[in-house]
Design a protein around this ligand. Sequence first.
Ligand code: C5P
Length: 241
Amino acid sequence: MRLSWKNKLIVALDVSDPRKALDIVDRLGDQAAVFKVGFELFVTAGPGIVEEIQKRGKRVFLDLKFHDIPNTVTRAAIAASRLGVYMFNVHTSGGLGMMKQCRDAVVELCIRENIQRPKIIGVTALTSLDSDILKNELDIHYSLKTHVKHLASLAFAAGLDGVVASPQEIGMIKRECGNDFLVVTPGIRPSWVPPDDQKRTATPRQALRDGADYIVMGRGILKQEEPEKALELISLEMLTA
Ligand code: C5P
C-alpha cells in the first residue's frame, strides 16, 4: 500500500502536559495525521491522552518500547491493541520468542475482537548507542551496522511489521528483509533545523528517497516559532521526494 505523505509523517509529542499535547494536535489540524506518544507524555497523562488524540481522528504510534519477559510484553501489547493504537513497538533484544508470542497474541486478539491490528515495530539499536558502547559496555563485538542488521532480521523472522532505524540503515534493512518490511526513521531534520543531539540525521526528502516508510519528527516541527509553517515547508519537501 502506498501511503500519502501525511500518513508517512509521525509528529513526536515530546511534551509532558496533556493540554499542550492536544493543543499541538489541534494547531496542526489537517496537516498531520499520525502522532507519537512516548514515555514522558504517557507516564504523565496515562492512556486517556491516546483516546483524546484518537477522538480527533488521528492515529497514534505508542512509543513505549516494551522490553520484558514474553508474557509481560504480550499482555502490554494486548492492552495497547485494545486501546486502538495504530502502531506500537517492542525491543528486538527481548528475543525471537518474545516478539513472536506478542505478534501471534495480537493477531489472534484482533481477529477475535474485531480490532484493527496495530503495526508492531521492533526497536533495533538505539540511536544513542555507538560502536564504543556496543563493544566496551555491552560486550558486543560486531559493528553497529551488523548488529542492527541482525536484530532487524530477527524482527522479520518473528513476523513483526518493521523496525525503527536510523536513516543510514534504511537501504541495508530493505535489502535484508524486503521492501514491504517497514522502516520507521527518527533523526529527521530539514536542512534549516540544527541536528540537536541526533547523531545520524537525514532530511525528510533524503529519508523518503532512501525508502523510509515513516519519518518521525519532533523538534524540527515543535520547536519552531511557527510549527504550522514549518510543517507546510516539510510537506512540500516530502511531496517532491
Ligand atoms: O526531536 P526529534 O525529531 O529528534 O525527536 C525524535 C523522536 O524520536 C523522539 O521522540 C525520540 O525519543 C524518538 N526516537 C529517536 N531515536 C530512536 C528511537 C526513537 O530519536 N532510535
